[in-house]
Design a protein. Structure first.
Length: 140
């Protein structure tokens, strides 16, 4: 059987962490992944939480009084300094080759992006509902 990406991903029955992070070291792929995850949660995640809290979306969105304006309002979920800190942190991890570090970076960045988007969108949804309710009261 040839060693193609499809064969590695589909036919070995391994999960993605095992496929990407398995190496000749003594620790398992899951252990390596969990160690990186633990260090990121401890050292990098607080930066994003501080940033998102500092956005103060609840107060900023109270100033928006029209649904059309709210729909056009954009925010930056993940700031560039956070991306740089995440990349630097992963780059400092030992025992990984470059393609593994790239995979770790994209995996964790995606996780943080999803969480940050959900967090921020909840404020937008809440404000939109307030504006819809306000419009209904005025209309009726």
């Amino acid at each position: 059987m040839s060693k193609t990406l499809r064969n590695v991903l589909n036919l070995k029955g391994q999960n993605l962490i095992e496929v990407v992070l398995t190496s000749d070291s003594t620790s398992t792929a899951e252990e390596k992944f969990n160690a990186v995850k633990e260090s990121i949660v401890k050292m990098i995640e607080p930066q994003l939480k501080t940033y998102l809290t500092g956005l103060n979306l609840s107060e900023k969105l109270k100033e928006v009084d029209d649904l059309e304006i709210l729909e056009k309002t954009t925010i930056e979920y993940i700031p560039e300094p956070f991306c740089q800190a995440l990349a630097d942190h992963i780059d400092a991890q030992e025992g990984f080759v470059l393609h593994q570090k790239v995979w770790l970076y994209t995996t964790f960045l995606d996780m943080f992006s999803v969480g940050a988007r959900k967090f921020c969108n909840s404020f937008f949804v809440h404000r939109a509902q307030e504006l819809v309710n306000k419009r209904r009261i005025i209309t009726y």
